[in-house]
Design a binder for this molecule. Structure first.
Ligand code: HEC
Ligand code: HEC
Ligand code: HEC
Ligand code: HEC
Ligand code: HEC
Length: 398
């Protein structure tokens, strides 16, 4: 998958990761057998297209999972991504994502990288990368705001300012309501509806889907560690369940204000045991597979049994939220988030409270100092004017 340069090595959807070795059909689509000799003779370096074959389509389709990784990055221009710009720096994924013994190392599943990681030079054999690896911790130089911007870095992640909007070329999925799935047209035919962006907004198998373009990220204090609500954890079903638990807070020196893509949804759960559940979606008719039988009770019973977990026999639907960190679609410096976009009352960071930001928050004492200086300025201006009138009168006379 990573090293094929012919584009013919394709996995068959239901072959556990194997490509088709004889011609096979999936729905209406025909999968020709892969010519392994040809593929083997044409192995080469990985590319944005080979890594993207999986990562652009995470979650079941182009742009579904991430707001900053979709097929528009196969051939992006500079305004979409300064690094991967096909006519410019033309970075491949592995220019940044170094590996260790063929393991591409990320950070969210293990430990934070930013603090310990210092350089991306090959000699350092680093396992993870951060913006600072190449740009240093003082990337702004020689301009009037440079020192001020560098001072922001202690508290604000680079991506917060350098990814002004997500999904700038292709829409990303932001809402998935499974509870409305299972409606049919006459003759037991699937209902498929599309929205103004041309994306599927309702499908009998999936329920309602919401897509968006050019969305502002959500912001949170984050130290690089994410843990998840597990299928065995008890959940509080009185409110939406946040599936990703972000670690860090405003008082933690390792934490920075970081951008995220918010994914919201409504999914099936067990209201008696109060756990999330594993539904069985795919399989033959009569096996409990939702996409054939369209019965959530049977689907969850089959799924929970397959993973050896309890199921009360009752299903409900619960609202869930999932936050995905953002690190791609870095805009050119001139398109960085503007000062006012944060430093204003209704700015991007309005939900993050408990710390002082000039221009956004009021402090009684600071306000008083402000008004006092305005007053004294007025007095001074008045005095000055009066003096000038007096002195000019004097001059005219002479
Ligand atoms: C300019 C450097 C750069 C390039 C180029 C780049 N990435 Fe990343 N990527 C990052 C950084 C920084 C992170 C944040 C994770 C970290 O700190 O380890 C990240 C995170 C990720 C993640 C984890 C995201 C998550 O939500 O868990 C994936 C997957 C990923 N990149 C895939 C790719 C793919 C695929 C490509 C090529 C199309 C690519 N990256 C190109 C810098 C880059
Ligand atoms: C066959 C599909 C596939 C291909 C091709 C693929 N990946 Fe992945 N990648 C995955 C999956 C699945 C995971 C999640 C693994 C896990 O659960 O830890 C992953 C994880 C990652 C992560 C770690 C995310 C994190 O935060 O820990 C990065 C970074 C990444 N891949 C980059 C790449 C790069 C760069 C390439 C191309 C050289 C690539 N991937 C090719 C499927 C793929
Ligand atoms: C592998 C090295 C590498 C990594 C990692 C990297 N960059 Fe870059 N970046 C470069 C190079 C090289 C340039 C082009 C030269 C320059 O402008 O400094 C560049 C250019 C830029 C620019 C464009 C400046 C302009 O003139 O418009 C921005 C903004 C930027 N990077 C931000 C980031 C951010 C944010 C990250 C982390 C997500 C990051 N970079 C990660 C190497 C890197
Ligand atoms: C508070 C917002 C903010 C943060 C945080 C921030 N930047 Fe910038 N950055 C800017 C702005 C605004 C510019 C454009 C400056 C100008 O042209 O006057 C810029 C310019 C740049 C440039 C172009 C070179 C230059 O001196 O203008 C690079 C490269 C860059 N940033 C990388 C980074 C990296 C890497 C980080 C994190 C270590 C980062 N930035 C954090 C706002 C920010
Ligand atoms: C992404 C949001 C964001 C952007 C963009 C941003 N700031 Fe800030 N700024 C902050 C936050 C948050 C703080 C408070 C940080 C802290 O508590 O240390 C801050 C602090 C400050 C401070 C007080 C601390 C200091 O360093 O003196 C000044 C002044 C300031 N910003 C000016 C600016 C200017 C000028 C720009 C544009 C060039 C800008 N900021 C862009 C979020 C932002």
């Amino acid at each position: 998958m990573c090293h094929d340069t012919t584009g013919t090595y394709k996995k068959f959807p239901t072959s556990c990761g194997n490509p088709p070795y004889t011609e096979k059909k999936f729905g209406k689509k025909i999968f020709p057998p892969v010519n392994l000799k040809k593929v083997a003779r044409n192995v080469g370096l990985s590319s944005r297209a080979t890594c993207g074959a999986c990562h652009f389509k995470g979650g079941g389709g182009d742009g579904v999972k991430h707001g900053d990784l979709d097929s528009s990055l196969v051939n992006p221009d500079r305004s979409l991504d300064v690094h991967m710009d096909a006519k410019g720096l033309n970075f491949t994924c592995t220019r940044c994502h170094t590996e260790n013994g063929h393991q591409i190392e990320g950070r969210y599943y293990s430990t934070p990288a930013t603090v310990t990681h210092s350089s991306a030079m090959p000699a350092d054999s680093p396992s993870r990368i951060a913006c600072e690896s190449c740009h240093s911790g003082h990337p702004h130089k020689g301009k009037k705001n440079s020192t001020l911007l560098n001072n922001h870095i202690a508290k604000i992640a680079c991506e917060t300012c350098h990814v002004p909007l997500l999904a700038r070329k292709k829409p990303t999925l932001v809402w998935w309501d499974w509870s409305t799935a299972g409606k049919f047209k006459e003759g037991h035919k699937y209902i498929v509806k599309k929205d103004a962006l041309g994306k599927v907004s309702y499908h009998t198998k999936k329920g309602n889907l919401g897509w968006a373009k050019n969305i502002q990220p959500e912001y949170a204090w984050f130290n690089g560690v994410i843990t998840h609500v597990l299928a065995t954890d008890k959940i509080d079903d009185g409110k939406p369940v946040r599936l990703t638990i972000l670690h860090g807070n405003k008082n933690d020196p390792q934490s920075k204000i970081t951008p995220f893509k918010m994914m919201r949804g409504k999914q099936v759960y067990d209201p008696v045991n109060k756990t999330l559940v594993v539904p069985k979606l795919f399989g033959p008719k009569g096996s409990g597979a939702y996409w054939k039988d369209f019965d959530w009770q049977k689907s969850v019973a089959a799924g929970q049994q397959a993973v050896h977990r309890k199921f009360s026999g009752k299903v409900g639907f619960i609202k869930t939220e999932y936050l995905r960190p953002v690190a791609h679609m870095i805009s050119p410096a001139k398109d960085a988030v503007s000062c006012e976009s944060c430093h204003s009352r209704n700015g991007r960071l309005k939900k993050l409270t408990g710390f002082y930001m000039p221009g956004r928050d009021f402090s009684k004492r600071l306000d008083r100092i402000g008004w006092l200086s305005c007053l004294s300025l007025l007095v001074l201006v008045g005095l000055h004017g009066a003096l000038r009138i007096i002195s000019s009168k004097g001059r005219h006379k002479s």
